[in-house]
Ligand binder design. Structure first.
Ligand SMILES: Cc1cc2nc3c(=O)[nH]c(=O)nc-3n(C[C@H](O)[C@H](O)[C@H](O)COP(=O)(O)OP(=O)(O)OC[C@H]3O[C@@H](n4cnc5c(N)ncnc54)[C@H](O)[C@@H]3O)c2cc1C
Length: 373
């Protein structure tokens, strides 16, 4: 397995070492942990981040690179489930998070918008419902019937979400880690935590998304580790897809990268129960489905240069858990983005940091871990 994003060299980072007890220990140096570390360190707290691997080597360096606003469910479903006001606030909150990511990202983020496509008439009806709800609530979205290039004839229209982005996630998170270190955070890589109660810190944040299963027993039934698989082609010398695309309820997602490669992930539904696992391996069944579809997307059988698996945390209501772990003193969690953690993870890292700093926000109610723990 060779996650494409992680091949880049890590930028230099200030080496910080705190002696003794810190204000906050964070488990997990992905987008959530690094975002929280930056916020807390900038507020003047002593922060130590622990990761069993290197920075961004979990899902944050193994994902599809889609930086999408909103939650993991469709907008109309979100609206029905937790009300117009909460849904609209959540979408706006993530749009503002994307703007802040852009300020920090440099060339790790482009914002060409994203394309949510209908694979058939049934899906078209569903996403027409989402489009109507978005427009009714004043959220910018565009319906497209005349699909360009290879999409025409294969897909039945789609929603263009302006402002969404394509992220080089490992580059972004490594930069975030460097900023956090610059602000005074200690980042300890290859440092596994087996027991959160022995960390020498006044507060602990668990930011392990799908990887930390079992670390906090109370969370074990609330966040289910789920595997996703991705392949990347050799560079294709013609422009095919100018933004992130996703179809079949988000089960298939692809984009062409700046160097011409086409990245494709998904097909989890081909063997959905097998993918409820934290075993980080690729499987022949899903890889074969990915390869077949990649050939269709490109119009020829490309050479595949990269394949990998990653684990994300799925929750029953598709909303993350952010806040105190019920029944535990000074133990916090920010995790469970249900495969939608690039923007949510960044925003929830900040959210949990602000909560530790004593600030309240409406999202803390929506994401309260007590609803599932
Ligand atoms: C294949 C795939 C495709 C995806 N595509 C997208 C996408 O296109 N767009 C999107 O928004 N989201 C996507 N996601 C989801 C997104 O990647 C994650 O939600 C997000 O990266 C979570 O970030 P995180 O920092 O919370 O967790 P992670 O990045 O997973 O980081 C958790 C870290 O915790 C560490 N850790 C775990 N246990 C311990 C321990 N006991 N001690 C020390 N360290 C520990 C791990 O090593 C890991 O580095 C995808 C996920 C996968 C797997």
């Amino acid at each position: 397995m060779n996650p494409y994003w992680l091949e880049e060299e890590t930028p230099p980072r200030r080496q910080v070492q705190h002696t003794g007890r810190v204000d906050v220990a964070i488990v997990g140096a992905g987008i959530t942990g690094c975002s929280a570390a930056l916020r807390l360190a900038e507020a003047g707290l002593r922060v130590r981040v622990h990761d069993q691997r290197g920075v961004a080597e979990g899902a944050s360096g193994r994902n599809g690179g889609f930086a999408l606003r909103g939650g993991a469910t469709a907008y109309d479903v979100a609206r029905e489930t937790y009300g117009v006001e909460q849904a609209r606030d959540l979408w706006g909150w993530t749009e503002r998070a994307l703007d802040r990511m852009e300020d920090l990202a440099g060339d790790a983020l482009r914002r060409p918008g994203s394309f949510r496509l209908a694979a058939d008439a049934e899906e078209r009806e569903q996403i027409e419902g989402e489009y109507t709800a978005l427009r009714a609530d004043g959220i910018d979205a565009e319906w497209v019937d005349d699909l360009p290039g290879r999409l025409a004839g294969r897909f039945d229209g789609g929603i263009l979400h302006p402002g969404d982005g394509s992220l080089q996630p490992a580059r972004f998170v490594r930069r975030l880690a460097a900023r956090a270190a610059e602000a005074g955070a200690e980042i300890r890589e290859h440092d596994r935590v087996d027991d959160v109660t022995v960390l020498d810190a006044d507060a602990v944040v668990v930011a392990t998304d799908g990887y930390g299963h079992g670390l906090v027993p109370e969370l074990a039934d609330a966040i289910w580790p789920t595997r996703g698989q991705v392949i990347v082609s050799e560079p294709i010398d013609r422009p095919l897809y100018d933004r992130p695309h996703y179809a079949r309820h988000g089960f298939d997602y692809w984009q062409q990268l700046p160097d011409g490669r086409v990245l494709l992930g998904g097909f989890r539904d081909v063997s959905i129960m097998d993918e409820l696992t934290d075993v980080e391996i690729t499987t022949p069944t899903i890889q074969a489905s990915l390869e077949r579809f990649l050939g269709e997307l490109i119009g020829e059988e490309p050479r595949i240069t990269h394949r990998w698996a990653g684990i994300f945390g799925l929750t029953q209501d598709m909303l993350p858990l952010v806040g105190r772990v019920p029944g535990r003193d000074a133990l916090w969690v920010a995790a469970g983005y249900s495969g939608h953690g690039n923007v949510l993870g960044f925003a929830c890292g900040e959210l949990v940091a602000d909560a530790i700093l004593g600030q309240t926000a409406p999202q803390l109610e929506l994401f309260d871990p007590a609803r599932l723990v």
